[in-house]
Design a protein around this ligand. Structure first.
Ligand code: S3P
Length: 170
């Protein structure tokens, strides 16, 4: 198994913020799967969804994880929120490193990104309802591939970071 540190969780759970801080503190390279895909496709996620559809985007996520399995070692990897929904991806993640699930409440997600226009799945009339539904469906799958589950509610990024570092440095 590879020794990457993988951050998973719902949109707005803090993966990007924590990923940046963690990679800086540990002096490790940070890979963000959304950014990896955007670079490869030369277009933003919103455009990929609009032009090629969600199914095509999900294929790109699998391609990304497969490629990281051959290239990434000792890095911090922040996953797009829906990537662990595919069983194949969950199996690949198990080989790629230790998976940290950053658990968050629907309300906290809504507060952080309820009005965001860059998340295609939240461009609906009632984003909170959509967030609650998706989170309920996804929680078990996030848990299924998690080595560690961290509750982020009411915690600062620094507190979450500390919890991750405690596990890594054990
Ligand atoms: C998605 C999450 C997004 C991005 C895409 C789909 C999802 O990533 O991959 O909009 O299905 O939850 P973030 O979790 O980084 O926002």
């Amino acid at each position: 198994m590879k020794d990457n540190i993988i951050l998973e969780g719902f949109m707005g759970c803090g993966k990007s913020t924590i990923g940046i801080k963690l990679s800086y503190q540990l002096r490790l390279t940070l890979i963000d799967t959304d950014k990896w895909i955007e670079r490869r496709q030369k277009m933003p996620i919103t455009e990929i969804f609009a032009k090629q559809g969600e199914a095509a985007f999900r294929e790109m996520e699998t391609e990304c994880i497969r490629e990281l399995l051959t290239t990434a070692e000792h890095q911090v990897i922040s996953l797009g929120g829906g990537l662990p929904m595919k069983q194949e991806n969950r199996e690949l993640l198990g080989k790629l490193g230790k998976v940290f699930y950053l658990k968050v409440t629907p309300e906290a997600v809504y507060e952080r990104i309820g009005g965001d226009t860059t998340r295609p799945l939240l461009q609906v009339e009632n984003p909170l309802e959509r967030i609650t539904k998706l989170l309920t469906e996804r929680d078990a799958l996030y848990r299924e591939c998690a080595d560690y589950v961290l509750d982020t509610s009411g915690k600062s990024p620094e507190e979450v970071l500390l919890q991750i570092r405690e596990q890594i440095e054990k």
